[in-house]
Design a protein around this ligand. Structure first.
Ligand code: FES
Length: 157
């Protein structure tokens, strides 16, 4: 049963009070739920937010399903999103994603056996001039080589 922490509830209520229309707080509320649920938003979390925010569940769900930054299934401790859009693809982004999948023995969006990594191929993350790049949780890593990316990921605590 999903439940936000006390701090999480206070955060969502503060966000709701910030805006004229409390629907504007759905995105920050989803981010909070995701961060308190090991990196993904479960159906129970949607129901919980609907009750907490006193908003119809479909209103939460439509925001949740529209944005790709909310994970629809569990992810590893480190969610590695490798950009495979034009600039990154031309500079080895797709090969980088394949290399990471092979290194950690996972297919796209799967969780590695040790629970540490999920590698996802994603569209442009807005760092096209520093291609290829990957986002790991909230951090960007740019101008990567296959070796550098693996070194960064293995070095994460
Ligand atoms: S194409 Fe990869 S960040 Fe834009």
């Amino acid at each position: 049963m999903f439940k936000l922490s006390e701090e999480g509830v206070a955060f969502v209520k503060k966000e709701m009070a910030r805006y004229e229309d409390k629907r504007s707080a759905i995105i920050p509320a989803l981010f909070r739920a995701q961060s308190e649920n090991n990196g993904w938003v479960s159906p129970e979390a949607i129901t919980y937010l609907s009750d907490l925010m006193e908003l119809p569940e479909p209103w939460i769900n439509e925001v949740f399903t529209f944005y790709t930054m909310f994970n629809k299934q569990p992810v590893g401790k480190y969610h590695v999103q490798v950009c495979c859009n034009v600039s990154c693809a031309m500079n080895g982004g797709r090969e980088l994603a394949d290399h990471l999948s092979q290194t950690f023995k996972i297919k796209n969006d799967e969780i590695s056996a040790d629970g540490r990594y999920t590698v996802s191929r994603v569209e442009c993350l807005g760092a096209c001039d520093k291609a290829p790049m990957m986002q790991v949780n909230d951090d960007y890593h740019e101008g990567l080589t296959n070796e550098k990316a693996v070194e960064i990921l293995r070095g994460l605590k």
